[in-house]
Design a protein around this ligand. Sequence first.
Ligand code: HEM
Length: 406
Amino acid sequence: MTKTDSQTLQVKDLPVYPPRDKAIDDHAYMKQVMRLGPLVRDGYFGVHTFSHQHMLDMLSDDLTRQLETEGIDLLGIGAGAIRDFFANVMLFSNGTVHRNRRAPLARAFAFPIVKAMRADIRAAATAIIKPLLGGGEVDFLADVAGPMPARIIAGILGVPERDIPHFTTLVYSSIRVLASRSRGILLEAEADLARLNTYVAGVLADRAKSPQQDFLSAYLARVADSALDPTEVRVQIVGLILAGSDTTRSSIATTFARLLDHQDQWEMFKADPDALKADVTAEGLRYDPVVGSLSRIAAQDFMLAGVRIPTGSVLFMSMIAALRDPAIYADPDRFNITRKDHPALHPAFGGGGHRCLGEALARVEIEETLSVLAELAPNARLIGPVPTLRGLTGVRGINGMTVALG
Ligand code: HEM
């Protein structure tokens, strides 16, 4: 990147996203788009990048900043639980405000702490999967991939066993506030988000009254003298629940689907799940990433691929494209659980100051669920079409998944 030069291309000169044939999948469409050049613009002059390097560059806190409430401002959502969420959650904040919101939680999700939870996470996966063996068709999202992250986060928060089904329902309804850009769907999800807020506020109040040796009590002790107000304290916990549920659910599901769809790789994995579970997880996260793109706002004027990007431009970095960048990955369209070219920091979890806080937890959940499946359900098979993730932006949706676990 070089300094601004008035002779260079402007955003308005960029090629525009071509119309899409709905029958082709997201990866095929991205390939069509990328043929137009390294940068493409949408109808609103948002700039879209595709390479791994451009994604890293755009996640630099010097050049760009995270969106705050701009997205919901555009949708005209001015008050209520959704605004409360976007205005207070760490993901949509910057600078000192972001650091103050992130710091009290960051340590709790560090790799060594999560490592100590591995045996419990494996036990949870076994408890979810065992009763489904030999029982015919299984709705994999509802019965395995969905309950896993909800149960684990419920355990971390100390949600009582009897509340877990209610908690899980609220989580998967509320998650739509992060997964959708449609005003109608957002407003539909708002009532459940308000219920989840009330539930979390209740759990926090209980812990404040009678602290225990647990995650929430430690969090409350850390925020006691911090700059966070009570709404921010609550919203970080709600944010954690939402950020870690759908993402992990879909990652478990698509990775398992890919394994079953590539019998040679499934056989290889089953032969030594313990040795291969980390590689399988990394490849599942790469091959069909659950976050379609990241977005940022240009915090200064700068040059990118010969184009002048003015301050305030909205930038979208396609994760779908970056994770199949041939400059990084050999034979990128091949699902290959033995590949050794994953960057040390897996791009599926983002980068810069907002890099995923729950990466260690997500990896262990995916690894243990898949390895329990390999051991307990070696004859598992897909019923019906191979499920795919769809969506170019935000958290991508999955279109159902039925399996027989043998
Ligand atoms: C496979 C599962 C997951 C994937 C692919 C994923 C991916 C991501 C990505 C790409 C970001 C950065 C977004 C951006 O820069 O705009 C992010 C942020 C975040 N993730 Fe995850 N995530 C996963 C699971 C989890 C889990 C299990 C948790 C916690 C329980 C979690 C908590 C968070 C939080 C709190 C943030 C915001 C960090 C910040 O703004 O500083 N995530 N995640």
